[in-house]
Design a protein around this ligand. Structure first.
Ligand SMILES: Cc1cc2nc3c(=O)[nH]c(=O)nc-3n(C[C@H](O)[C@H](O)[C@H](O)COP(=O)(O)O)c2cc1C
Length: 410
């Protein structure tokens, strides 16, 4: 069953803390996306690039209804319920994506107190901490209770992006899903009726982010897909990235395996395939399903599925984790899935493929394709294919585009 959506209800506005000092970050963000283009390398520049790529406005998209600010990460329904806080030796800060600035919430070093609230703190005291919260009312008006799942997946997307960025900055990150919620909320000064910490990423002090144009190119293929084949090799690189081990503070009894429902992949038979974790091979699974058949008839998902080259199903097992982690497992499983979803989006951009995460799959139809593994359920689908035309026009906001403009590059 798909959730009942109230399209007239708007999502709530992002959070800010009136009256606290606001520290502007260097703009446009120094996003080193081309080797050979030198960007300034001071700590504020590095932090600015990290936060812009984590949750900031990184492009302007022109759509049928006008210009729209595009963010570095996707979010279910574009609601962006996640807020990002940073703890360093200089204090606690909240990131304002629209202003690309930090609100200074306190000049006291809270890293020790925050680390003590983690169930599995890292052996060495973290130098840099990212705390990802969710505003509880952000999308419930529009999506009802289903909004909670979107919030859990969005937390995973942000966590995945933080891990990718901090790995590339040589900061050896670890994501934590197990902690004393109330204590972290108290340290951040959150109203527990309105906002909860959902994930924490601990790391060493980040260096410069390695060049990665794909970080800027990621976006949802909003104009749809050309109904054209994609090479198997490109799909396999995306799946390999999606299946890399996750640096998390807990082991999962059953992870987020990926399946592919292929339609137009050169060298791969149409139908459902399971990715073997050990070998990376795609093994056919019984069942007669197409990407189009994963979505309710007559809806936008059906058209997108019809055009896409394939759908990647990210799956999980709700029952397996409850005996170990209790109710928190729901959040933990969707967090894992969100990390995998973000990796798929970035890897697709790197491979030159269009992509789009979708939660409007008909779960029963998708799960029927997984009949070989009856305990698994589909958490979401990522459609992959060739983005239609050149996609919607977009202008990237970064030092790269400024420098490229100066050099007369297009
Ligand atoms: C967890 C999640 C679920 C999503 N589900 C859908 C969906 O069901 N249908 C859809 O068209 N887009 C879906 N999206 C894509 C968002 O609408 C999109 O990310 C958002 O509008 C921002 O656009 P961008 O990805 O181009 O930056 C989903 C994104 C996420 C992260």
């Amino acid at each position: 069953m798909l959730p009942v959506i109230d399209p007239a209800a708007s999502n709530t506005a992002p959070k800010h803390h009136p009256g606290v000092p606001v520290l502007p970050l260097p703009f446009p963000p120094a996003v080193p996306s081309l080797p050979g283009i030198r960007v300034p390398d001071t700590f504020p520049e590095r932090l600015g690039a990290l936060l812009a790529l984590l949750n900031g406005v990184t492009r302007i998209d022109w759509t049928g209804s006008g210009a729209r600010a595009g963010r570095s990460v996707p979010s279910g329904g574009g609601a962006y319920p996640g807020e990002v806080y940073v703890a360093t030796g200089s204090g606690l800060f909240h990131y304002l994506p629209s202003a690309h600035a930090l609100e200074l919430l306190g000049g006291v070093d809270l890293r020790g107190d925050l680390t003590r609230a983690l169930d599995r703190p890292p052996v060495q005291q973290p130098e840099f901490m990212v705390l990802i919260t969710s505003r509880l009312d952000a999308n419930l008006g529009r999506y009802g209770p289903f909004g909670h799942r979107l919030q859990a997946l969005d937390t995973g997307v942000l966590t995945g992006q933080a891990l990718t960025l901090l790995e590339s900055a040589g900061a050896a990150p670890m994501a934590h899903a197990r902690f004393v919620d109330e204590e972290l909320g108290r340290l951040l000064g959150l109203d527990s009726r309105a906002e909860h910490v959902h994930a924490v990423v601990t790391a060493r002090s980040p260096g410069a982010i390695a060049p990665g144009a794909s970080l800027l190119r990621r976006r949802t293929a909003r104009c749809g897909f050309e109904p054209a084949p994609v090479p198997l090799g490109s799909l396999l690189t995306v799946l390999e990235e999606a299946s890399r081990p996750l640096p998390l503070d807990h082991a999962a009894p059953v992870g987020c395996d990926v399946y592919v429902v292929a339609q137009r992949v050169s060298g791969l038979a149409p139908g459902c395939h399971r990715r073997e974790a050990r070998t990376g091979r795609l093994v056919p699974v019984d069942g007669d399903v197409t990407p189009r058949g994963l979505f309710p008839p007559g809806g936008p998902g059906e058209l997108a599925g019809f055009e896409a080259a394939c759908a990647v199903l990210v799956t999980g097992d709700y029952e397996a984790g409850y005996p170990l982690y209790g109710d928190r497992w729901y959040r933990m499983l969707n967090l894992r899935a969100g990390v995998v979803g973000q990796r798929i989006g970035l890897a697709a951009a790197r491979a030159g493929l269009g992509a789009g995460l979708r939660c409007d799959v008909e779960t029963a139809a998708a799960d029927a394709a997984l009949s070989a593994c009856p305990d698994r359920t589909t958490l979401f689908a990522a459609l992959l294919g060739q983005e239609r035309g050149s996609g919607a026009p977009a202008c990237h906001l970064s030092v790269r585009s400024r420098e490229a403009g100066r050099k007369g590059a297009p």
